[in-house]
Ligand binder design. Structure first.
Ligand code: CA
Length: 252
């Protein structure tokens, strides 16, 4: 059974979510504040398949919870619930390491779809890991979507391992969150072509509403820290003025 952690201090909202997620067949645990959530997630990171994290919590808020988890090397997928009309929350959420977000109030069906999206990406990773020694043919047609396995990608003395969500460089191994990895993979797949911020939001996050595209820029800053020798003078992840970004496997 897939376990979801809901972090929400508004009891009626938390219980409503619990009711609906349990009806969908999930096992649900509710934490009413960030401290409890962190304690649970740091103690048993593998027990939850995903976290629904409200950004507004008493004490430690959702942003702090997300960034502390990521700083501790815990990469459980996070769907952050933000306040409607506060694009700065979206940006802060992504900066803190959230994988996706949903503004409140939301439609239950949209929340379930976003959650399934996160879980599907996670399942794909797990399937890849668990089938390494066994047959790759069974289940191979299940929900591969654009998520088919990919060989590690090498460029400029670095190796990006899509399956392990790792970037191996001369100075060590960098773990990426699901969305960092997904974005990097998307840019690599579109290598040598300019891709717009809007296309990235739609294709990587599945967001079609008017989202502040600065969220993308924050991700790019992070990816540059990982892949560029001098992040302020990028040679691989290039800005294309007026359009977006372009990945080049050859250092420019
Ligand atoms: Ca709240």
């Amino acid at each position: 059974m897939t376990s979801i952690l809901i972090v929400e201090d508004e009891r009626h909202l938390a219980e409503g979510l619990r009711f609906n997620l349990e009806a969908e067949g999930y096992r649900v645990r509710v934490a009413q504040n960030g401290e409890t959530a962190l304690a649970l997630l740091l103690a048993q990171p593998e027990s939850f398949a995903a976290v629904l994290l409200d950004c507004m919590l008493p004490g430690k808020d959702g942003f702090a919870v997300a960034s502390e988890l990521r700083a501790a090397g815990k990469f459980v997928p996070i769907l952050m619930l933000t306040a409607m009309g506060r694009p700065e929350d979206v940006l802060r959420g992504f900066e803190a390491g959230a994988d996706d977000y949903l503004p409140k109030p939301f439609e239950l069906e949209i929340l379930l779809a976003r959650l399934r999206g996160l879980l599907r990406r996670r399942e794909w990773l797990h399937r890849e890991r668990s089938t390494e020694q066994t047959s790759r043919t069974s289940n191979s047609k299940v929900e591969l979507e654009d998520e088919e396995p990919a060989k590690p990608f090498a460029f400029s003395g670095k190796v990006f391992d899509f399956e392990q969500l790792e970037l191996r460089t001369a100075s060590g191994v960098v773990r990426l969150t699901l969305m960092e990895a997904k974005l990097l993979r998307y840019l690599i797949r579109h290598a040598e072509r300019a891709v717009s911020r809007k296309a990235m939001l739609e294709d990587v996050w599945g967001l079609h509403e008017e989202t502040d595209t600065r969220a993308i820029d924050n991700f790019i800053v992070r990816l540059r820290k990982y892949i560029e020798d001098e992040p302020t003078k990028p040679k691989h992840l290039l800005t294309v003025r007026g359009v977006g970004y372009r990945f080049s496997s050859e250092a420019i």
